[in-house]
Design a protein around this ligand. Structure first.
Ligand code: MRU
Length: 360
């Protein structure tokens, strides 16, 4: 991966540089955020996107909000975390990261301003570093699942662009390829914003992994023709029973995979689990602007008078999921008991025994 989607420049008084993902694949450009409002806009407009990357960016956004707040630290903390929490509703990593920042700020209460700011900065760095490690561990745990497959299908982008590391679903693929497995990837275009064709295909091509882009409505036929032997996708929020929210269209892919008898895997770090929610019915689903459908890329695609429904995510019931690959191992079968057992288990990785973040 030649460019990083998230980079903090400087020390605790520095700024956040984000790769502008709305401009890919034709332009590699960056947006520099020096105020939390710029981070809010970057998240809202999908310049930075993908659940873990949103969480990491928001953590740095809190640092930006506190930099000028020597006289009103607690008030600024409140205002900044509240504003960033309004940027997007579905990816729980956002709220998880903001909670961590608030907790650290609370622990440093009464200390000098510079010390409090530095502790927030190092917490944001830690969130970023842990995400990198979790991505790697997900790859190690997930790669064996693909060992008998020649080709897999993925939906949306759960790669390096969506995280601080090498991705979640794509990490599994990258690790399998690194271990010498020849694998082709079918990338769903992922309407309406085409994260699959614009971002996933871009990452795969960059790494020299054979990649075939298909429109979303072709996945069933691709499975019917036995062109893929499995599916692996990322997640934005996983409820206590394993029901999984991910990019709109994921649910349909899971149903198709079931109908064709091929395994459907989810790959996600522990920061994506929301054990406060009993089932996926409780996951808030973002609805986005109608223009994304009626005027994609600025050109009319539907009559202006037509109604539009534009949910950004859907929920795949646990019963359709063959396994959830986490940094701690693979949850399979997927149900409330196995989810609880895995997330309560000590963190493990092949290279580092203490890599995982605490679960909320
Ligand atoms: O709307 P997006 O592009 O933020 O949606 C992203 C996804 O649905 C990803 O699959 C998910 O966040 C996992 S990223 C590792």
């Amino acid at each position: 991966m030649p460019v990083s989607p998230i980079e903090w420049i400087g020390d605790h008084q520095g700024f956040l540089r984000l790769l502008d993902q709305t401009r890919l694949p034709d332009e590699v450009s960056f947006v520099d955020c020096r105020k939390p409002e710029q981070v809010f806009t970057a998240i809202r407009t999908l310049q930075v996107r993908g659940a873990p990357a949103i969480g990491v960016s928001a953590a740095y956004g809190v640092v930006l909000g506190l930099q000028p707040a020597e006289d009103d630290f607690d008030q600024a903390l409140d205002a900044t975390t509240k504003r960033l929490a309004e940027s997007r509703p579905t990816a729980v990593n956002l709220f998880w990261a903001l909670d961590r920042m608030r907790r650290i700020a609370g622990e440093s209460s009464g200390r000098p301003f510079a010390e409090r700011l530095r502790s927030l900065f190092s917490e944001a760095q830690m969130i970023e570093q842990e995400d990198r490690e979790m991505c790697a561990a997900i790859g190690w745990h997930g790669a064996p699942l693909l060992s008998t497959m020649q080709a897999v299908l993925t939906h949306c982008n759960a790669g390096a662009l969506a995280t601080a590391g090498q991705g979640t679903a794509l990490s599994v693929i990258f690790e399998a390829v690194k271990q010498g497995h020849r694998l082709e990837v079918y990338a769903d275009e992922t309407r309406p914003l085409c994260q699959g064709s614009r971002l996933t295909a871009w990452e795969l091509v960059d790494r020299g992994i054979p990649c075939t882009v298909i429109c979303d409505n072709m996945a069933g036929w691709v499975m019917r023709q036995k062109r893929v032997q499995g599916v692996v996708v990322g997640a934005d929020r996983i409820a206590a029973n394993g029901d999984t929210a991910n990019k709109i269209g994921t649910y349909g892919v899971a149903v198709l995979a079931r109908a064709h008898g091929i395994p459907f895997y989810v790959a996600a770090p522990s920061s994506t689990f929301d054990l406060r929610l009993v089932s996926g019915d409780e996951i808030p689903i973002e609805e986005r602007n109608r223009n994304e459908i009626t005027e994609p890329w600025g050109r009319p695609n539907a009559p202006a008078q037509a109604g539009v429904f534009n949910p950004a995510f859907d929920v795949t019931p646990a019963e359709f999921i063959a396994g959830i690959v986490t940094e701690r191992g693979v949850i399979s079968p997927v149900n409330a008991e196995t989810v609880r057992a895995m997330v309560a288990s000590p963190a493990t990785s092949q290279r580092r025994e203490s890599a995982a973040a605490p679960l909320h």
